[in-house]
Every structure is written in C-alpha cells, then in structure tokens.
Ligand binder design. Structure first.
Ligand code: NSS
Length: 432
C-alpha cells in the first residue's frame, strides 16, 4: 500500500487532485450543498460536495455518513482562508471503508464515568487529541533536554525486590521461587548505581503506586522521569529542576499553541515560567502557613491544601526545601545544619496544580544510611547492593523525579491527571 496522504500535508497540494483516508467528524447539508469534516489525527479537513457537480452515488453516500465512519475520498484541494489549515477539498469520489452505527459519544453532555468507560473512542475527540499532543511534546522536550546536556538514558527495572519509596503503596506479585517482587515505585535506587558508572543519567518510564486515594493528582500507574547527577548537591539539583521545567513549558508554548488554544488554556501564566524559581524552606513555609491560620504543625508533610496556599504566594513554580526527615523517604541526606531535616525539595506548580517534582541529595554516608534503613524497619539484605554504592567510592549525588501526568495537566490547564494519559489506571479504573 502506498504511503497515505495526510491532512496536514494538503497545503502543499493546492490545485491538485488527491486521495486520502480519514474519519468523519461531522456532516451538514442544505438541499444543494453538503459539508463533511474529516479527521485523520494530523488535522481536520472540510470537504465540500455540491449536489449538481458530483455523481448521484456520491451525493447519496454523503447523506448517509455517520460520525466516525472511515472513508476514502478523492477531490481537488483548494485554498480557503476560513478553513482550518487554509485548504478545503472539493469532493469528487467517496468510498466508505468502515461504517459507524450509533457512535456512543454524541455532541450532548456525557458524564465523566461514561466518557472514561468509552476512553478508547473518546480519545478521538478534539480536546483529548490536543491533550495527547501536548503530552507527546512534553515527553519529547524531556528527552531533548537530557540529550542536549549529555545525560545517558539508563532503563531501570519495573520488577524490583526492594521498596523504593514507601511500604504503603506497593503492588506485589509472586516471583517464582524468590518470594515477592514489587512493581517499581521509582527507578531512583538503580539510577544511583548508574550515576556512579556514567556520571549524569536519567530513567524514564511507568511507575506504580497502589494509591488508595481518589484525588485529582493520583494515578496508580504514572510516568516519571528521573535524572541523577554525580557531584550535584541539593542546591545544584534545584538549579537543574528550574532549567528543566522552564524548558518543557517554553517548548510547549513554542510548538503547541494551536492545541493550547483549543484547550482554552490562558497561556499568560505559562509565559513567565523562566529560571530562577523562588525557594522557601519547609520551616519558613510552615511558619507562614500558621500565620495564615492553617492548622499545619512542624513535622507533618504538607497536604494538598497547604501546597495550594504556598503556590498562591508566587507566580512561578516554587521550591519548598529541607523537610523533616520523618516526612520523607529513607535515602535523603541528613541536613548537617539541622539534623531534624533532610536535604530535599518539592517543586510546586502554580495555579493550584501542586507538587510536580520530588527531589533530594542522597545520603552518601554508609553508616548513616544503614541506620536510616534500620530505623525505617526496611529489610537490610534487600539493600545490600544499594549500601555498596557507599562502600566503593561514595560520592555526593542528587536527583529528582517529575511526574509527567501532573505536568501535562498543569500545562494544559485541565483539572485532573486522568485525562493526561491515554488509558488512566486508578483505584476504581482498569478498563479499557
Ligand atoms: O515520590 S516522589 O515525590 N519522588 C520519587 O519517587 C523519587 N524517587 C524521585 C527521585 O528523586 N528520583 O514522586 C515524584 C513525582 C511527584 O512529584 C509527582 O509529580 C509524581 O512523581 N507522582 C505521581 N503522579 C501521579 N500519580 C501518583 N500517584 C504519583 N506519585 C508521585
């Protein structure tokens, strides 16, 4: 089969007769002229069908076209300033490839449950298509950012023997004669080994958390990108994060304007996303929250509401750094200036989107790390290899993880992460 012409290529074909394949988005007709809007994933095309100028079979065929019928059409491409893409097609021939009887998603309002049950069909809508393209751009920007800066991609395993983040949210499965295996919550621990081998590394893939929460920020399967850098301290780590987040946002503004427009995203709050980002210590943030009358006590992790409040103090993403060690994972480096805290940061997105990044400098002292593993009651033997990294040439190193769906939701201005991935996995959703 010859490569098929795509709608986005039609502006180069003005004056030519072309054949293409696509799906019917909608049709309308007056007695003498009909319009068919086609969609092929690369764009939308209005086809014009004047009754008096086409075969009767074409005219009759057009009248029976239902939403999402797949078709092959042939016609002349002409310039039309009012059409999307600047062209329209004078349809001459029409062939129905696959009928579409009673497509379940109609222009009327559907409930969210219904739409997610029909996610495999809902993806064809303009809005969902636009979100997928922004996601695609975010992911390409992530890969380009690290490639341009000489980071080596290292793929980390999804089946793991040790807890990466927290015991409470593990998916476990039986692993032959070797006991339990867990779906990866993070690639970080493996990436630390890779950083000692390669210096600047990142991993990028799906991660899993058995989150029993039904918030608009949580999925049970989400994509996380995690860089890890040898000889970076917490401060340099935040510097990398602000460059990284700004790069992703600016790329989307540059290349995904039409999609953001379709999503009715006000891009003004995104235009200002440039380094440096403001930084506030956890301790200062808690004091300020208390002054605002919020009930947070020093020592507790920040809740979604606290994060939203802090974010309103700034128009850029903000770093909250050096949390109490009890609120964070075992691998973070104790703060030598205040051992109640660890050298870490969260990055909170503006406009109420909350935490998009968690990062830290890693504990590089063997005995301190061992003590932390024991304190947390983690199985020591599972972390023997991880402790080895502190035995054979230990090194200052830091890294972070950025959640793709939260970042996409923020850039698109959509309220919930579940629309930021094609087939979301949540506590109450595994189908389709
Ligand atoms: O748990 S994190 O805060 N940090 C880590 O996993 C570290 N091991 C990363 C590292 O330093 N290499 O998760 C990082 C980000 C977090 O800020 C969110 O943006 C996202 O991952 N995240 C999630 N997104 C969607 N759903 C869920 N459940 C979720 N959990 C974290």
């Amino acid at each position: 089969m010859d490569d098929v012409l795509r709608i986005k290529d039609l502006p180069d074909r003005i004056g030519e007769t072309v054949t293409l394949r696509a799906w019917v988005e909608k049709t309308r007709s007056s007695g003498k002229i009909a319009f068919v809007v086609l969609r092929d994933g690369t764009g939308y095309l209005q086809c014009v069908v004047p009754k008096g100028e086409v075969d009767a079979t074409v005219w009759e065929g057009v009248k029976t076209l239902a939403k999402e019928t797949s078709v092959q059409v042939t016609g002349g491409v002409r310039a039309d300033a009012r059409s999307p893409g600047g062209v329209e097609l004078g349809m001459r021939e029409l062939e129905v490839i696959g009928e579409s009887v009673d497509f379940p998603i109609t222009p009327k309002e559907h409930g969210t449950t219904f739409l997610f049950e029909h996610r495999h069909l809902w993806l064809r809508s303009r809005r969902q298509g636009a979100i997928m393209k922004v996601r695609h751009e975010v992911i390409q920007a992530i890969r380009d950012f690290f490639y341009e800066r000489d980071f080596c991609l290292v793929d980390t395993p999804l089946l793991t023997a040790a807890i990466g983040e927290e015991a409470g949210t593990l998916f476990e499965t039986d692993y032959f004669d070797l006991g339990k295996a867990y779906l990866a919550q993070t690639g970080q621990l493996y990436l630390e080994a890779a950083a000692a081998a390669l210096g600047k590394v990142y991993c990028f893939g799906p991660t899993f958390r058995a989150e029993k929460s039904k918030t608009r920020r949580h999925l049970t399967e989400f994509w996380m990108v995690e860089p890890e850098v040898a000889w970076y301290d917490s401060d340099a780590n935040m510097g990398l994060q602000e460059d990284f987040v700004s790069y992703i946002v600016q790329r989307c503004l540059e290349l995904r304007k039409p999609e953001l427009e379709l999503l009715e995203r006000d891009t003004a709050p995104l235009e200002v996303i440039q380094p440096p980002f403001p930084r506030i210590s956890y301790t200062d943030a808690v004091a300020k929250l208390q002054k605002h009358g919020q009930s947070i006590e020093w020592g507790r992790d920040l809740g979604a509401e606290d994060e939203t409040t802090i974010a309103t103090w700034y128009d850029k993403p903000v770093f909250v750094y050096n949390y109490p060690k009890e609120a964070k994972a075992f691998y973070m480096k104790l703060n030598p200036d205040d051992p109640r805290t660890v050298l870490c940061n969260d990055c909170l997105a503006p406009e109420g989107y909350g935490e998009i990044i968690g990062g830290s400098q890693r504990e590089d002292d063997h005995d301190t790390l061992l003590a932390r593993i024991r304190e947390e009651g983690l199985p020591e033997d599972a972390y023997g290899w991880y402790l080895d990294l502190r035995k054979y040439g230990t090194f200052v190193h830091s890294g972070f993880g950025l959640g793709v769906e939260r970042t996409v939701a923020w850039i698109c201005g959509i309220p919930h992460v579940r629309e930021a991935i094609a087939f979301p996995r949540q506590m109450h959703r595994i189908h389709p």
